[in-house]
Write a protein that binds this ligand. Structure first.
Ligand SMILES: NC(=O)c1ccc[n+]([C@@H]2O[C@H](COP(=O)([O-])OP(=O)(O)OC[C@H]3O[C@@H](n4cnc5c(N)ncnc54)[C@H](O)[C@@H]3O)[C@@H](O)[C@H]2O)c1
Ligand SMILES: O=C(O)C(=O)C[C@@H](O)[C@H](O)[C@H](O)COP(=O)(O)O
Ligand SMILES: [Zn+2]
Length: 360
C-alpha cells in the first residue's frame, strides 16, 4: 500500500502595499492568464476599476463586470449574472478572475471562480479594512442563501492576495469601524498584544493613517494565517475565527443587513464575552475592557430589540453544528478561547438582554 502526500494545500502570497504598482508583477509570478475579468461592485468601480484594469493590461486582455454593492446582493441571483457575464466574454480555464472590493466581492467572486468550469484561478484585491484583515485570506468563499449567512460555498484559495491599504482613504468611516471589529476579534482570540495595539492606536486608526493600518493588517493576517494553516477546512482550531459569529450572523440576517457584518460580529463578541463571564471563564474586568474598547470605536451602538426565539432559530443553522450540537466559541481571557457545545437558550436570552442594556 502506498500513501500519497496531500498536495492540495497550495500556499499563496499575501502582499500588503500602499498602491497598485506591484500588482501586475506579483500576479505574473503566479499565473500567465489568457484573459482577465475584474469582478467588482458599484461603489468600488468608480474609484479603482480603471486604475486596476490599466495596471493589468500588459498581462492579458482585461474585461470587467460590476454588480450592485451590498450584502443584500451576495446571493445566487448575482452569481448567475456573473456566470452569464463570464460566458458572454468567453472566459475559459486559462482565464483569471480579480476580486476587487470588500468581503462581499471577495466571497462572491471567489465562489464564482471556485465553480465556473469547476474552478478557475482568482486573485483577491481587497479594498476594505475587513477584507484586508480577514475575508481575503483563508479561502472561505460563498453566498447567503434563504435567511442564512454563507450557507452555500466552498474552501477555495486565491492565487494571491494583494492588499492596497491606500484604497482605505475612500472607505466610509462606518465601514472602517466595522472592519476593525474583525481585527479586534483576532486580538481577542489569539493575540492580546494586537487587541491592545488597536486600543492604543485608536485615533490614528480612525484617522486612516496608513502606517498603523498596515501594521495592524500585517499582525491580523498573521493571526489568521496561523490558524488556517493548522486547520484549513474548519474541523477544529479554525472554529475560533468564528468567535462572535454564531450570534453575530443571526443579528446580521435578522436585521436585514441593517447592521453590517463587522457591527453584527461586535454585538456577537460582546454577547459571547458575557456568556464567558457568566460561566466563570472570563474575569469581569476583561468583559468590561472588551465592551469599552469596542464602544470607544463606535461599535456596540444602541441595538434594536430581537426576539430570543428568532435568534435561537437562526443560529441553529450555524455551520459549526455537528450531531445537533453547535461549537460555541467563548473566551478564557483576552487572547485565549475555550470551545463549548452546550450553550442554552436561556444563556442566549440573557446575553441579548445584556447587550440591550449595555448598548444604550
Ligand atoms: N470569507 C471570509 O473569511 C470572510 C471573513 C469576514 C467577512 N466575510 C464576509 O465579508 C462581507 C463583509 O465585507 P465588507 O465589510 O468588506 O463589506 P462590503 O464588501 O459590502 O464593503 C462595504 C462597503 O464598502 C464599499 N467599499 C469597498 N471598498 C471601498 C473603498 N475602498 N472605498 C469606498 N467604498 C468601498 C462597498 O461597496 C460596500 O458598500 C460579509 O459578507 C461577510 O460575511 C467573509
Ligand atoms: O475564516 C474563517 O474561518 C472565519 O470564520 C472568518 C469570519 O470572520 C467570516 O465571517 C467567515 O465568513 C464566517 O464563516 P462561516 O463559515 O461562519 O459562514
Ligand atoms: Zn466575520
Amino acid at each position: 500500500m502506498k500513501q500519497l502526500k496531500e498536495t492540495l494545500n497550495r500556499p499563496y502570497k499575501i502582499c500588503i502595499a500602499q498602491d497598485f504598482n506591484g500588482l501586475c508583477s506579483y500576479i505574473s509570478q503566479v499565473v500567465k492568464p489568457s484573459k482577465i475579468c475584474i469582478i467588482t461592485d458599484s461603489h468600488v468601480a468608480p474609484f479603482y476599476l480603471e486604475v486596476v484594469a490599466r495596471e493589468l493590461m500588459p498581462l492579458a486582455p482585461v474585461i470587467s463586470t460590476i454588480f450592485e454593492a451590498g450584502e443584500a446582493y451576495k446571493n445566487s441571483q448575482t452569481v448567475a449574472k456573473l456566470y452569464e457575464s463570464l460566458i458572454e466574454h468567453g472566459l475559459d480555464r486559462s482565464s483569471l478572475i480579480i476580486a476587487l472590493g470588500g468581503g462581499v466581492v471577495g466571497d462572491m467572486a471567489g465562489f464564482v471562480a471556485a465553480t465556473y468550469m469547476r474552478g478557475i484561478g482568482f486573485v483577491q484585491v481587497p479594498t476594505t479594512v475587513l477584507a484586508q484583515n480577514d475575508s481575503s485570506i483563508g479561502g472561505k468563499v460563498g453566498i447567503d442563501f434563504m435567511s442564512y449567512k454563507n450557507m452555500v460555498g466552498a474552501f477555495y484559495n486565491p492565487l494571491l492576495v494583494y492588499s492596497n491599504v491606500g484604497t482605505l482613504h475612500s472607505l466610509p468611516k462606518r465601514e472602517i469601524i466595522g472592519g476593525l471589529a474583525e481585527a479586534i476579534k483576532h486580538g481577542l482570540i489569539a493575540n492580546e498584544a494586537l487587541f491592545y495595539l488597536i486600543k492604543d492606536k485608536r485615533e490614528a486608526l480612525l484617522k486612516g493613517e496608513l502606517a498603523i493600518l498596515e501594521e495592524m493588517t500585517e499582525i491580523s493576517c498573521k493571526v489568521k494565517c496561523e490558524v488556517v494553516e493548522a486547520d484549513q477546512k474548519e474541523q477544529g482550531l479554525r472554529r475560533i475565527l468564528n468567535f462572535g459569529h454564531t450570534l453575530g450572523h443571526a443579528i446580521e440576517t435578522l436585521s436585514h443587513f441593517n447592521y453590517s457584518h463587522g457591527e453584527s460580529v461586535a454585538y456577537g463578541m460582546a454577547m459571547a464575552a458575557f456568556i464567558s463571564f457568566k460561566r466563570g471563564y472570563l474575569q469581569k474586568e476583561a468583559l468590561k475592557e472588551i465592551i469599552s474598547v469596542c464602544q470607544s470605536f463606535g461599535l456596540l451602538e444602541p441595538i434594536q430589540s430581537f426576539e430570543a426565539q428568532a435568534v435561537w432559530e437562526n443560529m441553529s443553522h450555524d455551520k459549526k453544528k455537528q450531531h445537533g450540537q453547535i461549537a460555541f466559541i467563548l473566551l478564557r481571557r483576552i487572547g485565549e478561547t475555550v470551545i463549548v457545545k452546550d450553550v442554552s437558550f436561556e444563556e442566549v436570552e440573557a446575553a441579548l438582554q445584556f447587550i440591550e442594556e449595555t448598548c444604550q
